[in-house]
Design a protein around this ligand. Structure first.
Ligand code: FB9
Length: 341
């Protein structure tokens, strides 16, 4: 019977002094509470953008795409614009749209023969049934280094190397190419609630024999299906590097309007022929941003609450798991809601 007048507070911890002095023998210790959660260990928290990025990566990998190496933010104007048949006087290449580097200002290694083919396709259409832009193309302009304005620059380099590899292989078996990229691009744009001077571009490209506009519509439909977006609409648009080009829209019942969810097109022969891709190889491509779907998914209306030094870190700590894949018969927006459970 352990009745006593003094309430001895049971020990919670066994410390070195108790062991040294042997006082632990006479102490009463608290029982172990194995259900105690304990202090959550200070661990990493994935930024919502990285969670949504991983979801998009999984979708591309499921569709058999390979990821492009995008770990170089600096590109020469040659790969960022000239190979994509963007004329040297195009406004997108102006200082107020593109960040030019002062050091290193110029790119040294550009394949000479390829550059000459790019010169002639800009000046007079080269040999691909085009008249080009009928202007004097300057090598110095092409050598200017920039912060890439789109990851399509990386697609151009990957397609060129694939074409050169195919040419060297001498075989006539062209293995279809399915590549994707999700990485930062930089545009010297006017900043507003949805635009910063950089965003993450998501891009998919497919190269194969006799690809058509139908393949492009089918591929983008399949892609957005995996996002839970079913009926998308296409609207003709213009890009210097694709013809035909289309914007894609989806009905957003939450916002009660059609939302532009991306851009797409079939790359022009003026881009593909100088790469020495076989004549019957066509290349389709589409792109969107990572920030827009993330803002919609996490109900964030101002880009500065998602990205930048002013964001409240609690949002990063507390943002829930990100599940993009569709759930049957739920109306579209439903899928964009966060899985709070
Ligand atoms: O992301 C965009 N919209 C978007 C995407 C997804 C979404 O949520 C999903 C439901 C889950 C909601 C919105 N856009 C593209 C459309 C607009 O936001 C547009 O105003 C802004 N665009 C960016 C460029 O701004 C200057 C988004 C960015 C963009 C635009 C074009 C491309 C990539 C990103 C491209 C391309 C392309 C075309 C042809 C061949 C290869 C690449």
């Amino acid at each position: 019977m352990n009745f006593q007048t003094t309430i001895e507070k049971p020990e919670a911890d066994l410390n070195a002094e108790m062991i040294v002095k042997g006082t632990w023998r006479t102490k009463t210790f608290k029982g172990y509470n194995f259900n105690a959660l304990g202090i959550p260990p200070d661990r990493g928290h994935l930024h919502p953008l990285l969670k949504v990025r991983e979801q998009f990566r999984q979708i591309f990998l499921e569709m058999g795409f390979e990821e492009m190496p995008t770990n170089n933010y600096v590109e020469s104007s040659f790969w960022c614009f000239d190979t994509l048949f963007v004329p040297q006087k195009h406004p997108a290449r102006d200082l107020q749209d593109t960040f030019y580097l002062s050091d290193p200002a110029e790119c040294k290694d550009i394949p000479r023969d390829y550059m000459e083919r790019i010169r002639s396709v800009h000046e007079n259409g080269g040999n691909c049934g085009s008249i080009g832009y009928q202007y004097e193309w300057k090598e110095s302009e092409a050598r200017k280094n920039v912060l890439r304005t789109h990851t399509t620059a990386v697609s151009a380099r990957m397609l060129y190397h694939a074409a050169q590899q195919y040419k060297r292989s001498g075989s006539d078996k062209f293995r279809p190419i399915k590549l994707f990229s999700i990485d930062r691009v930089f545009r010297n744009e006017t900043l507003d609630a949805t635009h910063l001077a950089e965003f993450n571009q998501i891009e998919g490209v497919v190269a194969d024999r006799n690809l058509t506009l139908g393949h492009l519509m089918g591929m983008t439909k399949a892609f957005f299906e995996k996002l839970g977006i079913h009926d998308i609409r296409f609207k003709p648009t213009y890009n210097p590097y694709t013809e035909p080009s289309m914007e894609m829209y989806s009905w957003h019942s939450g916002l009660g309007k059609w939302v532009e969810i991306g851009n797409s097109g079939l790359f022009r022969p003026e881009m593909l022929k100088p790469m020495e891709l076989p004549d019957d190889i066509n290349v389709l491509g589409w792109g969107l941003s990572l920030e827009r779907p993330t803002m919609i998914k996490y109900g964030i209306s101002n880009i500065r609450d998602l990205v930048g030094h002013k964001i409240d870190l609690q949002m990063v700590y507390d943002n829930p798991v990100c599940i993009l894949e569709p759930r049957q018969q739920q109306n579209q927006t439903k899928n964009l809601e966060t899985t709070s459970s």
